[in-house]
Write a protein that binds this ligand. Structure first.
Ligand code: NAP
Length: 250
């Protein structure tokens, strides 16, 4: 399928590895030029080289996207993009009994206010041009809370509420916002959570109807479709990619 977005420009944050990189690769395969970001410069440049080999232009901005100066630098490089894919690292696991006010504020800054700031900066240009696509990488924890990831449950649900309202306000201008909710995907993050414990990994996979983790490539393919010309009627949705792990009718 031709996604119809060849020659457009996209910003993908937190994109040197994992799901963000999967989205950047799928957009590159659709002919989209990219601005990508991550904290570690070496991995970011290696990813940029791999993306350029797919035939698109790539600009890199290294730094922590959850901080104001880095966001400003990223936004300067990404001025005028047609597509925004927001992503950042997830909050650490823990318990409500010990989290402090600062822990909550850090999670809100990273996983709620950062994507909101990026959307706020880039959507006016999309609206002025009459076309735009925003995909936020959130988490299955929005639909079914994960006890140890309470900081993620909280901050991402706040972002979800923001998107529910604003997506309906920008849709008349040709801009769509949707959220992609990963279940367990085979990235560095889930490998770190599994640790060096094959039995934990095997048990987690056995509990998923698809009997495996998702891949960054299939996650990226869904992201690219949501950014395509074919997805203009998909507005304000929360699309769960979890191999059937959430046992729910709707
Ligand atoms: P990953 O494999 O660890 O990759 C994270 C990417 O984001 C890396 O490129 C990393 O590079 C970059 N990054 C992290 N924090 C950043 C920051 N503050 N500023 C800029 N770049 C940053 O993680 P992933 O599995 O792809 O997860 C992506 C998101 O999906 C996370 O929010 C995660 O919580 C969520 N999620 C993942 C899963 C899953 O199963 N994988 C499930 C549910 C939710 P640097 O470290 O160099 O910055």
């Amino acid at each position: 399928m031709d996604l119809g977005i060849r020659g457009k420009r996209a910003l993908v944050t937190a994109a040197s590895k994992g799901l963000g990189r999967g989205c950047a690769e799928a957009l590159a395969d659709a002919g989209v030029d990219l601005v990508i970001n991550a904290r570690g410069g070496d991995a970011l440049e290696a990813t940029a080289a791999a993306l350029r080999a797919r035939g698109v232009k790539v600009t890199t901005v290294a730094g922590d996207i959850t901080t104001e100066p880095v966001r400003a630098a990223v936004l300067a490089a990404a001025a005028g993009v047609d597509i925004l894919v927001t992503n950042a690292g997830g909050p650490p696991p823990g318990s409500w009994e010990t989290w402090t006010r600062d822990d909550y504020l850090r999670a809100i800054e990273a996983n709620m206010l950062t994507p909101i700031a990026l959307m706020t900066a880039l959507m006016p240009g999309m609206l002025a041009r009459g076309w735009g696509r925003v995909v936020n990488i959130t988490s299955g924890s929005v639909k079914a809370p994960i006890a140890a990831l309470g900081l993620s449950n909280m901050a991402r649900t706040g972002l979800t509420g923001f998107v529910a309202g604003v997506s309906r306000q920008v849709a008349p201008g040709g801009v769509t916002i949707n959220n992609l909710l990963p279940g367990s995907h085979d990235t560095d993050r889930i490998r770190a959570l599994d640790g060096d414990r094959p039995e934990v990994r095997a048990a987690r996979m056995a509990a998923i109807p698809a009997r495996r983790y998702g891949t960054a490539a299939e996650f990226g393919a869904m992201c690219a479709f949501l950014c395509s010309v074919h997805a203009g009627y998909i507005v304000g949705q929360n699309i769960l990619l979890d191999g059937g792990a959430l046992n729910a009718t709707l």
